[in-house]
Each structure stands twice: as C-alpha cells, then as structure tokens.
Design a binder for this molecule. Structure first.
Ligand SMILES: Cc1ncc(COP(=O)(O)O)c(C=O)c1O
Length: 391
C-alpha cells in the first residue's frame, strides 16, 4: 500500500470489513469460543497462532483489528494488546529477563512499574540499577552487561525527556534490549522502534483510547521471536483485553492525531499561563523554551504532549485548596482523556514511594500533575485562575 499519513492509517488500517455483511467498522466479537475444527478455506486467521480463531484468551478478531491498527501507527511489524498498561509492561519485561540478569531502569518511573522492578529485584534475583534520566542521557551509567534497559520516554510526573537517540544507540552497541514506555508521547509524537528500541509499550488506557473509559495495554516489536514470547506469556498470564475494550480503543485511536494536536496546543498555553502566576514556584513542561529538556524534546518528539506539572508555593495546603475549588477540570488520577484531569502524584500515581524516594525524584507535596484536555482553552484557564485566587 502507498505510504499513508498518520490520521488516514488511524482511521482505516486494520478495520475488519467483510462485504458479506457490508459493515464499515470492526464489529465487537463478544465471544469466548470459536468453531473447532474450522475447516472453511475462508476462515479468518488468528495471527498469534497462524490458525483459525479458537478461544478469546488466545486471540480474537476485534483484538487483531486493534493490534493491526496500532502496529501501523507505531511503524511496527507486530503489536499485541493486553488487559492493562501494567500487564503490557510486566509481560514485556518478563519476556526478556530471567533470573540473575541485570536491568538498568530510570528511577522516575510510574509508581507501579517501579514497584514491579523492586519485586523482581527482591524476590526473583534480578539485579536492577535505577539511575536518573540525566545519567541515562549522558550515559553516566555502569558498564554492565544489561539484558534490559527500561525507560519512560517522558517521565511521570516531572516531564523529563529521555534522549532516545543516545540510549537506543547504546542499547544496540551493548546488545541490550531497550523497552520504552511511550504512554505520554503516544505514537503520534514518538515511535520508539524507529530509534531502535526492541519493544514500545503503552498504557492504551490514556491517550490512545482517549476517553477515560477503558483499561488496556499495548506492546509493539519488530522481532518475531519476541512477539512469540509475548504471545506465549499473554496466554499463560491470561492478560488479554476484553473485546469491548478493544473496540472502544479502536474507536478512540481514530482521533488520536486530532486530539494530540489540541492537547498540546492547550498544554503550551497553560504552561505559559502558570509560569507567569505569582503563586506558582515551578512549571514542568518540555515545550517551554527555558525547560531543561526542551532541546532533547525537539530532537526525539514530534510534539511536546498534553501533560504538565507545577509546584505551588503554598505546598500541600495550597494544592488541596486549589483542587477543591476547580469547577470544570476534574480532580482524578489517570491521564490522556478528553477532559482535563488534575492530581497530586504523592497521593495517586506515586503513592507507593517512600518519603525519601519522593524527595530524591523531586515529587514534592506541592506538586500538581495536569493532563490537559481538549476543552476550549479559555475555559481551562478561567477555571485554573479562579481556583488559584482562592488559595
Ligand atoms: C506512564 C504510565 N505507564 C503505565 C501505566 C499503567 O497503565 P494501566 O493503568 O493501563 O495499567 C500508567 C498509568 O497511569 C502510566 O502513567
């Protein structure tokens, strides 16, 4: 097929259209089981087995449709869907590392991912070194034979940007496997496999599905061997998404490009507004020209995304008041939906960390994380402004 643009692929690739029905979008195959044996010469083939569909824990046509669409957006050969971002992450990691292997990971990880690595370290004899994003970007790391290097390409919650150019070249040089969680960037702004990563993972719960109504995960790779390992582990762990969630994700993906344009337009305006507010101590958004990661972001991302965080001078008391007084923006964890969501990382995404860890990673009591939605910008700013005035 000729080379198609992102939005065209998001809308058309992978749709399961059958002229015998004349359907225009992929149907929801809400069934657990399929005919067996299916001797029809026209039977649809489950790519996870190269045989007709058998049982939804192994594969399902609605899932295949989503997986094909995401693979095309990631410029990947294979994508596999999972029951959550965490199952995509844990299954991808366990498809690479074994007992006594060494892992290098950034220290500012999504809290649950960090907890999973601690479990591997403490209970499964896997050696995990945590380093800062700055150390990764300058390759100030021990020269170990790392089996896996694990990064989030834009970190949560202080929006540090990993130099994928640098770390993927290094991973290739030392024959390590790089996994990139690109949830904040989305395939619209970054496709890690194009840099040389082995697996790109997403919490599809966020921007990809985009409407705060689905929990789903996605892993993409160009390696057949790794894909087969992911399939084997998904079958064993049973971490397959429900066909209805896959359908909602398919539907959401069609507007990913449009939504991201609006998210990042609103985010840049809000970042500038917050920077000029006297009650704000710090704003973290890689799109601001004086942000420490702005030049790396320009190199490795096509856009700066819709996430930002900021610190209020008044600390915990001030952020609690601010949250309480928001009228349109919603105080809730998660991110990437059409609505603006505001949360305190110390109480939600990073609640698992100890006080010392929070301090080390720059997650203060006054830090507010914002997932900027696609509402009319003026309404978001007015809402922030009135809630700030009440502090
Ligand atoms: C960067 C990142 N990765 C992974 C996850 C986990 O995704 P899920 O909640 O879909 O399991 C999250 C959830 O907030 C996240 O922010």
């Amino acid at each position: 097929m000729e080379k198609l643009g992102f939005n065209t692929k998001a809308i058309h690739v992978g749709e399961l259209i059958d002229e015998r029905f004349g359907n225009v979008v992929t149907p929801i195959f809400q069934n657990a089981t399929f005919l067996h044996p299916n001797e029809s010469e026209e039977a649809y083939i489950d790519p996870t087995r190269n045989k007709p569909y058998l049982y939804t824990r192994l594969g399902n046509p609605t899932l295949t449709s989503l997986e094909s669409k995401i693979a095309s957006l990631e410029n990947a050969i294979y994508t596999l869907s999972f029951s959550s971002g965490m199952s995509a992450i844990s299954t991808s990691i366990l498809s690479i590392v074994k007992k006594n292997d060494s892992v290098l990971a950034i220290n500012q990880l999504y809290g649950q991912t960090y907890e999973f690595f601690l479990k591997l370290k403490n209970e499964f004899s896997i050696d995990v070194d945590f380093v800062s994003v700055d150390d990764i970007n300058s390759l100030n790391i021990s020269k170990k034979n790392y089996k896996l290097i694990y990064v989030e390409s834009i970190t949560n919650p202080t929006l540090q940007v990993v130099d994928l150019d640098v770390i993927s070249k290094y991973a290739i040089e030392i024959k390590s496997n790089l996994i990139v969680d690109a949830t904040f960037a989305t395939p619209y702004n970054q496709r890690p496999l194009e840099f040389g990563a082995r697996i790109s993972v997403h919490s599809g719960t966020k921007y990809i599905s985009g409407h705060s109504d689905v929990i789903i995960g996605l892993s993409s790779t160009n390696s057949k061997e790794l894909y087969m390992k992911l399939v084997e582990n998904r079958n064993n762990f049973g971490s397959v998404p429900d066909p209805f969630c896959a359908y909602l994700t398919l539907r959401g993906t069609k507007t990913l490009g449009l939504r991201m344009e609006r998210h990042q337009e609103n985010a840049l305006k809000l970042a500038k507004f917050l920077k000029d507010n006297r009650k704000v101590a710090n704003v973290f958004y890689p799109g601001l020209e004086d942000n420490k990661y702005n030049s790396i972001a320009r190199k490795v991302l096509n856009g700066f995304g819709g996430m930002l965080s900021f610190e209020l001078k008044g600390g915990y008391e001030a952020v609690k008041k601010f949250l309480k007084n928001l009228k349109i923006c919603i105080a809730a964890p998660s991110l990437g939906g059409v609505e603006t969501l505001v949360t305190l990382p110390i109480e939600t995404s990073h609640r698992q960390l100890s006080k010392e860890e929070m301090k080390k990673f720059g997650i203060s009591e006054g830090l507010v994380r914002v997932s900027i939605g696609i509402e009319d910008y003026e309404d978001i700013e007015k809402d922030f402004s009135q809630a700030m005035d009440k502090i």
